[in-house]
Ligand binder design. Structure first.
Ligand code: 5GP
Length: 192
């Protein structure tokens, strides 16, 4: 088991609806030493990609994306969530369905912050059905930039996002892939 898998076993909680709660170290309280290690691991896996910028979506991807950008020494941009329908033409806009909240948000990025030809690494805390990632991919494509990698902390391998992104040719690296989890027995099995 790697360092993140060990921490998930120790402090993760399985909630109804196939939700893994990691509020003790990732989503509410943040263990910055762990985040730093994750950033370094993403650097190791993506170093050859010549990344210009790290892009995530608020709020829970920000901590990991920051650490990753720090070790790669590139800027980090986070897409903002907006419920407003009055969105200016100085923004890239995409729609994302929230897995945990069951709502649809606009995610927006200022056109000043993403440019044609830039090589972008997408980062997020969880990958479930892939909605958040496809929203970010859409924004990167609108900008004429290129997604050169996707780094995920925890992929839920029993949901379709990972398989779909890999099938579509994206270089996806997940630090922990949950193969199955059982709320009753509290058992979590990781992909080897
Ligand atoms: P997707 O868009 O891939 O369906 O879901 C990914 C997004 O939903 C992530 O940005 C994450 O915030 C949230 N999410 C999905 N599954 C979980 C989960 O099991 N636990 C937590 N804490 N967040 C999740």
């Amino acid at each position: 088991m790697n360092f993140l898998e060990e921490r998930i076993i120790r402090d993760g909680e399985i909630k109804p609806g196939n939700v893994l709660k990691v509020d003790g170290f990732l989503n509410h309280q943040m263990d910055v030493v762990l985040l730093e290690r994750m950033g370094e691991e993403f650097k190791r896996r993506f170093i050859e990609k010549q990344i210009d910028k790290v892009l995530t979506v608020e709020a829970s991807g920000i901590g990991i994306a920051c650490m990753c950008a720090r070790v790669l020494q590139v800027p980090m941009v986070f897409a903002k969530k907006s419920v407003s329908s009055n969105l200016g033409d100085d923004l890239y806009v995409s729609e994302v369905e929230s897995y945990t909240h069951k709502t649809t948000n606009h995610v927006i990025v200022s056109k000043k912050l993403l440019h044609k030809g830039e090589r972008i690494l997408l980062i997020d805390d969880f990958l479930a059905n892939g909605c958040a990632m496809y929203g970010l991919i859409d924004i990167v494509e609108q900008a004429g930039a290129e997604v050169v990698g996707i780094g995920i902390a925890i992929e839920k391998g029993f949901q379709k996002g990972g398989q779909d992104l890999r099938k579509n040719g994206y270089h996806l690296e997940s630090l922990a892939i949950v193969e199955s989890m059982n709320a009753e027995t509290k058992e979590i099995i990781f992909r080897k």
